[in-house]
Design a protein around this ligand. Structure first.
Ligand code: BGC
Ligand code: CA
Length: 300
């Protein structure tokens, strides 16, 4: 644990699968989803108010859109979300040949392209038919491109500060991978492993990069976020969280020095629930001594 890091619970929502946090600078709010709870939430640290919108199916992600509102991954569909009216408009569908699939994590690249992955249906968290997922991108003209197939659980992603490397997690591979990234086309090349999870680190889930080019990876089933240097493969720090199913993280706050961490409660048995009263809550980690960068708007 970094010496001066402090962890506090900020949103006591007990989400089934809290996920996909995005800091919205203009509103100074934290946007996130409850995948299995089928809800998009927006929480304001200033007022401690939560606004929520229900989705008609599991919602894997939500990202802000340059033209206003959001784009969410609901079931296998990209949906436009108008927050003020709560209206959702269907944009496009993926994985038409795999009706049991759903969207999971997604992120907007520094040019405004949205990358979003899918996965098969879980019988239990992290147990599913393998290699059913894919990784897609959605361009500003709403054109979909498939970049990867045979993915187990498409999860965390982010880009290096020079935008030339794409970091990616397929959870069941138990690795954090890197690709060469072509910002003009979104093309991925030269896949390699940058970090292999230690036994006690569970499954790699969501992640974010800091301004030093290091990754913060939420460790599902391990109650922690690890900070790794993708250049050396070395783990620099571990932050312990009071919920085992830590799912994702993002930097936020007025100067992007707070790390927000989401968690899940789905899949815990009765006795685990009794011991993990914080499961499904959102935590804020301060004092890490590092900052993140602003999230990007989808350009479409
Ligand atoms: C998925 C969950 C999955 C977990 C662990 C999350 O991103 O949404 O369904 O169980 O990762 O791999
Ligand atoms: Ca995830």
């Amino acid at each position: 644990m970094t010496s001066s890091a402090k962890v506090e619970t900020v949103v006591k929502l007990g989400a089934l699968v809290g996920e996909g946090p995005v800091w919205e600078e203009s509103e100074q709010t934290l946007l996130f989803v409850d995948i299995a709870g089928q809800k998009i939430h927006r929480w304001s640290p200033a007022t401690n108010q939560i606004q929520s919108v229900e989705t008609s199916d599991m919602v894997g992600f939500v990202v802000p859109r340059r033209s206003g509102g959001y784009v969410a991954g609901v079931g296998r569909s990209f949906m436009a979300v108008d927050w003020s009216t709560q209206a959702m408009t269907h944009l496009l569908e993926v994985d038409e040949d795999k009706p049991n699939n759903r969207f999971n994590d997604a992120k907007v690249d520094p040019t405004g392209r949205l990358l979003a992955g899918t996965m098969g249906r879980e019988v239990r968290p992290a147990e599913l038919e393998r290699q059913q997922g894919s990784l897609f991108s959605l361009d500003s003209d709403l054109r979909v491109t498939k970049h990867l197939s045979q993915v187990d659980i498409s999860n965390g992603m982010d880009w290096s500060l020079d935008q030339r490397t794409f970091f990616y997690i397929d959870s069941l591979s138990l690795t954090v991978d890197a690709f060469d990234y072509d910002t003009t086309t979104g093309h991925l090349d030269n896949r390699r492993v940058v970090y292999r999870m230690a036994e006690e680190e569970g499954l790699p889930d969501g992640m974010t990069i800091d301004l030093e080019g290091r990754l913060w990876v939420a460790c599902y089933n391990a109650g922690r976020v690890i900070n790794i240097d993708p250049a050396t493969g070395v783990r620099l720090h571990t932050v312990s969280l009071p919920a085992m199913k830590t799912t994702s993280c993002c930097f936020g706050g007025p100067d992007y020095s707070d790390l927000y961490v989401t968690s899940a409660s789905l899949g815990l048995d009765q006795s685990e629930r009794g011991r993990q009263v914080e499961a499904g809550n959102i935590f804020k980690v301060t004092g890490l001594g590092v900052k993140g960068r602003a999230s990007c708007f989808f350009s479409g």
